[in-house]
Write a protein that binds this ligand. Structure first.
Ligand code: AMP
Length: 466
């Protein structure tokens, strides 16, 4: 998970302020901590803080973070410790000072193998974070082996396997690149003044008032210099990465991305709407109301309701100030978190037959509590509809799915899950139908639903994804 951003201003020395705005729009991609690195062309200043980005980066910080070029990151902890040492951007010091910095989003599957090779060459790591590995790889091949930075990035694309969307500063140059599979999103754009912006999600780019905006192609390197921007496709240059096929993360569209973003050639809200309509086709019964688990299932439930002609309503209210219950460490606190996060409307559910819609079931914690809650306030029947196939496998490419052993769909069949949750019926979207909700279904990764991993893990021990 996590979100990244970059801004290169042509005239103003305050790129960091724009990066804060971009990160603010992407706070849903990570709330644990965040950071900004700004370059004045000679050296890089960095500021990292725990918690939300607007609270962590003050006006004083922004004055210190002066420069035309800045990158930033919001972190969602998947693995690794929860402290500032794991927070990006990473600044890499050399004998010339702090002149390199990187922020990345994704998960590298051959972390140990590549880090081991670099260690043998004398490279030291201060963390196990994937972003640091990417940064040190580039800096090693540039500084010690004399490669152009763009070529070092190309070499990285051949050697490093996994998901990475990244922004990298080298003095007054910005490099924006994305792995060849295109697992995680990354968008770039240009303003009327010629400023260049990049962000994980297009909703952040909307705030930058970009005139033209597009996704960074998988395997592409975008280079922004003080005077121009150029684009190197995967086929350019001496070192040619070989990319088999694209593998965009379908779970971004189901759950993770904001509905006002477009990713992988799709409008997120539109895909969710289609998912809901597909689910509706599974049912012949009538019901009184369609209720989403807010906010992630809102558009799925709307799609269901409009396809079936059943009224849509918000029967559950979400407290937006309760953080992610999903990543709490133990089951008791996850249970309590769900209770604090959702509350039913009074007298709303009385004697109603309710289609309750959620985007996914992972451990079953959220939905089990919610079905009980809705029944306790009077719902006569609860038909549970899930906008994704059963999550049976962990993700190795940047989505935080717990170990296989705790995934409920890996432990029980659908009838057993339905009984455990206490719903009157339960239906999941099929993988085939999910594939019909996107334009180019063969370009997506469905590994969390079918275990077909596009890239195997080559080492047991991973670095810390982001
Ligand atoms: P669970 O309670 O473990 O079954 O989690 C399922 C709920 O968490 C769903 O309602 C999703 O909206 C949300 N969710 C699914 N995947 C993730 C994830 N990787 N990180 C955080 N929340 C998630």
């Amino acid at each position: 998970m996590c979100g990244i951003a970059a801004y290169y201003s042509r005239n103003e020395e305050n790129a960091a302020a724009s990066v804060v705005t971009e990160l603010y729009a992407q706070q849903h991609r990570g709330q644990e901590s965040g950071g900004i690195a700004a370059s004045n062309g000679r050296e890089i200043t960095v500021r990292k803080a725990m918690g939300y980005i607007k609270e962590g980066i003050s006006g004083e910080d922004l004055k210190r973070l002066s420069g035309r070029l800045a990158i930033g990151h919001v972190r969602y902890p998947t693995r690794g410790t929860s402290d500032l040492a794991m927070t990006q951007p990473y600044v890499i010091e050399t004998l010339s000072g702090p002149i390199y910095a990187i922020a990345s989003n994704g998960d590298i599957v051959n972390y140990e193998e590549v880090a081991g090779e670099l260690r043998v060459k004398g490279v030291h790591f201060s963390s196990k974070n994937d972003g640091e590995l990417l940064g040190r790889f580039i800096v090693y091949y540039h500084e010690r082996e004399g490669m152009e930075i763009a070529d070092a990035i190309r070499l990285l694309m051949r050697r490093i396997k996994g998901a990475y969307s990244a922004v990298f500063i080298a003095r007054d140059h910005l490099y924006i690149f994305r792995d060849g599979w295109g697992f995680r999103p990354l968008t770039i754009g240009q303003t009327a003044d010629g400023d260049v912006a990049a962000a994980s999600e297009s909703c952040a780019m909307d705030l930058m008032r970009c005139e033209n905006m597009r996704e960074v192609e998988p395997g592409e390197v975008v280079v922004v210099t003080p005077s121009k921007t150029y684009f190197l496709s995967a086929e350019d240059g001496l070192i040619k990465p070989v990319f088999p096929i694209r593998r965009h993360c379908v779970f971004e569209l189901i759950y993770f991305a904001r509905p006002d973003s477009s990713q992988f050639g799709e409008y997120v809200y539109d895909v969710r709407h289609k998912i809901g309509a597909r689910l509706a086709a599974y049912d012949e019964f009538d019901a009184d109301v369609v209720v989403p688990v807010p906010d992630s299932a809102n558009f799925i439930a709307m799609g269901y309701a409009s396809a079936k002609g059943i009224p849509f309503n918000m029967g559950l209210i979400r407290n937006h100030y309760v953080g992610r219950t999903f990543i709490r460490p133990d089951q008791n606190s996850r249970d309590e978190g769900v209770r604090q996060k959702f509350n039913p409307l009074k007298d709303f559910f009385n004697n109603k037959r309710v289609v309750l819609v959620d985007d996914s079931i992972v451990r079953g914690t959220t939905i089990r509590k919610l079905v009980r809650m809705v029944k306790a306030v009077g719902a006569r029947e609860v038909y549970l509809r899930i906008g994704s196939p059963p999550v049976t496998h962990s993700c190795y490419y940047g989505i935080d799915t717990p170990d296989k052993e705790t995934l409920i769909a890996n432990l029980m069949n659908v009838d057993e899950i339905c009984a455990y949750i206490g719903a009157d019926s339960l239906k999941y979207l099929t993988i085939d139908d999910l594939a019909k909700c996107v334009k180019q279904s063969d370009r997506f990764c469905y590994a969390c639903f079918n275990g077909n991993y596009p890239l195997p893990r080559t080492a047991e021990q991973r670095g810390s994804a982001c």
